[in-house]
Design a protein around this ligand. Sequence first.
Ligand code: FAD
Ligand code: FES
Ligand code: FES
Length: 485
Amino acid sequence: MWQSYYCVTRIEEALELLAEHGAQARIVAGATDLILELERGVRKGVETLIDITRVPCLDEIVMDEDEVIHLGPLVTHNQCIASKLVVERLFPLAQAAWSVGAPQIRNRGTVAGNLITASPANDTITPLMALGASVRLSSTRGSRVAPLKDFFLGVRRTALQPDEMLVDIAVPALKSNQRGMFYKLALRRAQAISVVNAAVVLTFDGEAAAVGAQSKVTSAAITLGSVAPTIVRAPDAENYLAGKTLTDEVILEAAVLAKRAAHPIDDIRGTAVYRDEMVRVCVKRCLAGIHAGAERDGFPTDPVLLRGTEKVDLAQRLPERSLHQPGSPIVTRINGKEYTFNSGQNKTLLRLLREEAGLTGTKEGCAEGECGACTVYLDGQAVMSCLVPATRAHGAEITTIEGIAHDGQLHPVQQAFIEEGAVQCGYCTPGFIMSAVKLLEEKPHPSEAEIKVSITGNLCRCTGYYKIVQAIEKASMSMTEAPNG
Ligand SMILES: Cc1cc2nc3c(=O)[nH]c(=O)nc-3n(C[C@H](O)[C@H](O)[C@H](O)COP(=O)(O)OP(=O)(O)OC[C@H]3O[C@@H](n4cnc5c(N)ncnc54)[C@H](O)[C@@H]3O)c2cc1C
Ligand code: FES
Ligand code: FES
């Protein structure tokens, strides 16, 4: 899929490589989009990948003295969900991040990657645009800031130049008199692309945003996703709301006016007519949610992340830049044992594990990040190994299903799967077990709802999920009852 794979340790190294290779090179962050694009031939001529995941401090979320929140280019969707700052001050972004894919995707996928892929259905663009975000783009030529409204040029087209790297996403934090909400309509509750999504940010008259009271809207930002070639604003609805107090009639009229900004198409997820009507519904739900003070309802206070309890210092694991070409070694630890691979450099991690390491417990169901059969732990986090470049394993720690049992004893989750009849097929079971083990590491006593969230990235097409949920409940009980549990 690629010829050369660099793991860089400084931004300057990435910029020099981009300057040298131009359009033949791409930055790799979580690779959840890039691997599929390369496999499907969308990015023709790309020969060099520049992995930035070992550059220190790129995953930070900080607020500056002007109350602007900065997201580094490696901030993942799961980091947004887990960040108190994002949840408190950029709530629509936290909601959008929570709606992305499934936990394994959210552990790898970054907000920056979501912006640069620039699909009109990408979820984080809509709230970031409503919140007035901008991106900083750097190259060896210098650095520039682009407001998101100018960054998107068309379907999957942005103003990013081939030698530029996105180094910062800057978002003004919501003030005490501002409220916001994101709403996504999709065909399923997880692992589903937006049919329509909307974000609303309202600024109210006065110091604090009074809920249900007579406070006036002074300005509104309404953005719509999946209804035009790029995310669009709804100026007619925004202008109408300015100076109004929210009432049922005002909300209804603004929602109808928002439809004027939408120019949807028919596709497999919905017709243009349906999408057009759903713009009204989504905008109305956002406005009504804010009006009722209910925009945070249903957002988890302690979300299921499947990223484990230990933070791994990736920079420490690989202190120096490395270049991987066919033949150069990948040195990694799998299930506590060191491996050196001299082939398989341009495969996925899934294929490296199965074809080079002979660890065939990890399965390939879809090779598109959809089914979870390939779930492994990469540096402690549950990920879809079909979307991880094999070379990312260099200097990393991997756990596969073969590493779950210890001292000849099945893990309590494996045991419970047998006892509850949850081993429904050989394809999906390893992935389900990997997700369940990680859940119980994070939350020894998960609720039924949390168990369900933990397996949203694992699909069964044969039987269903009842026995699987029961098995995870049973394992949780047996682990917490055990003397050393
Ligand atoms: C099964 C599945 C479900 C998904 N569900 C959703 C969903 O519900 N909603 C949604 O919005 N998305 C979804 N996605 C899309 C995807 O996960 C996101 O777009 C993700 O955020 C991309 O981030 P990444 O780090 O994986 O990007 P990568 O794949 O690493 O990169 C994506 C693009 O951005 C470029 N890039 C990345 N970082 C930089 C940088 N700092 N500077 C310059 N270029 C850069 C890369 O070169 C590449 O072109 C899904 C994907 C899969 C596979
Ligand atoms: S998610 Fe990787 S094989 Fe299906
Ligand atoms: S468990 Fe594999 S398809 Fe149902």
